[in-house]
Design a protein around this ligand. Structure first.
Ligand code: APR
Length: 240
């Protein structure tokens, strides 16, 4: 069995990586799905029933995300790019990975900074701006958040899976791994890849992973430092 290329790293992140930037997770105490019924604000049915409620829910989250700052975990992940071929696959809809400096980020659940026509599918960047009912895309259909709601197709899933399947190192951080098909990405890495998962709590930690039971800002920099050290040793070995 050929060993996967250790220089190829995939980070698979969830809301927990942004928790210490002040953005809520979903299923922890205080999480969004403890405050809102996801059926009402994150589903096509909720959009049909009361689109203005859905717009308000995402307008508020878009504002919050724009005011948040990347944390030490986002920054450490971005630092890996100086020595490795890194792809960040995220379930998060904030842009904190990008703002920390990560240049290859695949959003499988959409992005708050974008809107799209509800019928045309035409995407446009809106940054932190709210979307209101009556705001239309160039083809005249109502603008909606470019977010994957429950029951809608996940974005870039096969591209994301291909990155994980080719990774020599996989870091899973800040996700309960409870929402499929996105969560299946954590299980798509080669058996011999170096796999680490960071979270304070996990109902069922994935097999074959080293589990660092702690916060992202404490544990992710440790993993990054270790991988950078291993990478430096390997390149010394290659050039020696
Ligand atoms: N550092 C690291 N991990 C943390 C931290 C932290 N500071 N705080 C919480 N966590 C962990 C929790 O232990 C949990 O395992 O982050 C995870 C958050 O899990 P969820 O709230 O389920 O969020 P997530 O896994 O991202 O949800 C996946 O569900 O509702 C959908 O579309 C939504 O993308 C989201 C998807």
């Amino acid at each position: 069995m050929t060993r996967p290329d250790l220089r190829r790293i995939v980070i698979f992140s969830g809301s927990g990586v942004s928790a210490e930037s002040g953005l809520p997770t979903f299923r922890d105490s205080g999480g969004l799905w403890r405050q809102y019924a996801w059926e009402e604000v994150a589903s096509p049915e909720g959009w049909r029933k009361h689109p203005e409620v859905v717009q308000a829910f995402y307008n508020e989250r878009r504002q919050q995300a724009a005011q948040a700052q990347p944390n030490a975990a986002h920054r450490a992940i971005a630092e890996l790019e100086k020595a490795f071929d890194v792809v960040v696959v995220t379930q998060n809809v904030d842009d904190l990975h990008e703002r920390a400096g990560s240049t290859r980020v695949v959003h499988v659940h959409g992005e708050l900074a974008f809107a799209r026509g509800e019928r045309s599918g035409l995407r446009q960047r809106i940054g932190a701006e709210p979307i209101h009912m009556g705001q239309l895309c160039p083809q005249g259909s109502q603008l909606r958040p470019d977010i994957v709601w429950f029951g809608e197709a996940v974005q870039h899933l096969e591209e994301a899976r291909a990155h994980v399947a080719a990774a020599g190192r996989l870091l899973v951080v800040g996700t309960s791994l409870s929402v499929f098909p996105a969560a299946s990405l954590a299980y798509a890495a080669p058996a011999s890849a170096d796999k680490v998962v960071v979270a304070p709590e996990l109902d069922s930690p994935p097999d074959g992973f080293e589990w660092l039971r702690g916060k992202a800002t404490e544990c992710v920099p440790q993993v990054v430092a270790r991988w950078l050290r291993e990478g430096a040793e390997a390149s010394r070995g290659r050039t020696a």
